[in-house]
Design a binder for this molecule. Structure first.
Ligand code: FES
Length: 317
């Protein structure tokens, strides 16, 4: 049973007026659609007649029409509003309908509320802010959501990359709880600059990973050592079927300049090269080889260890 919360399930610009988008959230098939006026709706993606998906159906003025026999469902209430083969004197029974889900859009993400209670006010992507040119995407990855969140803490380099930057294994301090997120800083270096002598190694960059303890979205930031933001990525991750996870993300470059960046980084910015990649294919061998460390705090956040994780993290080589 879900405990009642908003989930970011899709990108606002992925649904044009008059179109649908099939998503799965917490294992539930959901169809998102927009009417011609641009309002977004979410319904259970199963017709109440013969249980076929509604998502391939056309958007009509009265709601979403099933592609099989043409029943139409209202986006707000989920009620069936039209059955094409009813006689003139017949009316659509009021009990016919599908489950509707409350919808809210914020910062380019579509959220749906799953829960029996009245929707809460907090939207997971509320804190995301567009910066500069935005890069967006979506994928379904072959990793269960819980494991995806764990790996985002234990080895984010298995799940994403910043152009011209190497994420190292070196944790900069312990994981810390910030509201309902667990936050961890990790050292990063410019690719092609070398890592320097082992005992005086500096990390000119910081990768800050903020992972939700329950619902919510993942935020990954590339920062200068002075905490100037260079890149911010907001990733929504929801449980799909059969141990897979649906992802959608938005992110972009901040305007910050950084004096010791490499030629590769500066040239990439000049030619407008994509500054980051969120992987849609994941290397299982790399994940299996990861040590389980910071993610333990996600499972038992109250048992924050006082020792430094860096004491058992492998050195950069
Ligand atoms: S299966 Fe949808 S109208 Fe018949």
């Amino acid at each position: 049973m879900n405990n009642g919360q908003w989930w970011a399930v899709g990108l606002s610009d992925a649904i044009e007026p008059g179109h649908t988008l099939a998503v799965v959230c917490e294992g539930k098939p959901i169809v998102l659609f927009r009417d011609e006026a641009g309002q977004a709706f979410a319904l259970e993606d199963r017709c109440s007649h013969r249980r076929v998906p509604l998502s391939p159906g056309p958007v009509k003025p009265g709601g979403l029409q099933c592609p099989y026999h043409g029943w139409t469902f209202d986006g707000n209430s989920g009620r069936c509003t039209d059955i094409p083969n009813l006689g003139r004197e017949e009316r659509v029974p009021s009990s016919y309908g599908v489950t509707p889900y409350p919808v809210a859009e914020a910062n380019g993400f579509i959220h749906v509320w799953l829960g029996d209670w009245a929707p809460g006010e907090y939207l997971p992507a509320a804190s995301y802010r567009k910066t500069g040119i935005e890069y967006t995407g979506s994928a379904v990855v072959s990793l269960a959501r819980d494991h995806y969140l764990d790996v985002m803490l234990d080895g984010p380099e298995c799940l994403l990359a910043f152009t011209g930057v190497q994420i190292t294994d070196f944790f900069l301090g312990d994981p810390r709880q910030d509201g309902d997120h667990l936050v961890l800083d990790r050292g990063a270096i410019w690719k092609g600059k070398g890592v320097g002598p082992a005992f005086v190694r500096d990390y000119p960059l910081v990768v800050r990973t903020s992972v939700p303890l329950v619902g919510g979205v993942i935020t990954v930031e590339l920062l200068s050592v002075d905490e100037e933001p260079l890149i911010t990525i907001c990733i929504a991750a929801t449980e799909n079927r059969r141990g897979t996870t649906s992802l959608c993300w938005r992110g972009g470059l901040h305007g910050s300049t950084i004096s010791d960046s490499t030629m590769r980084w500066r040239f990439s910015r000049v030619i407008g090269r994509k500054p980051f990649e969120v992987f849609s294919e994941i290397d299982g061998n790399a994940i299996a080889a990861l040590q389980i460390a910071p993610s333990l705090e996600r499972i038992w956040p109250s048992s924050t260890a006082s020792g430094s994780y860096s004491s058992f993290s492998p050195e950069v080589c």
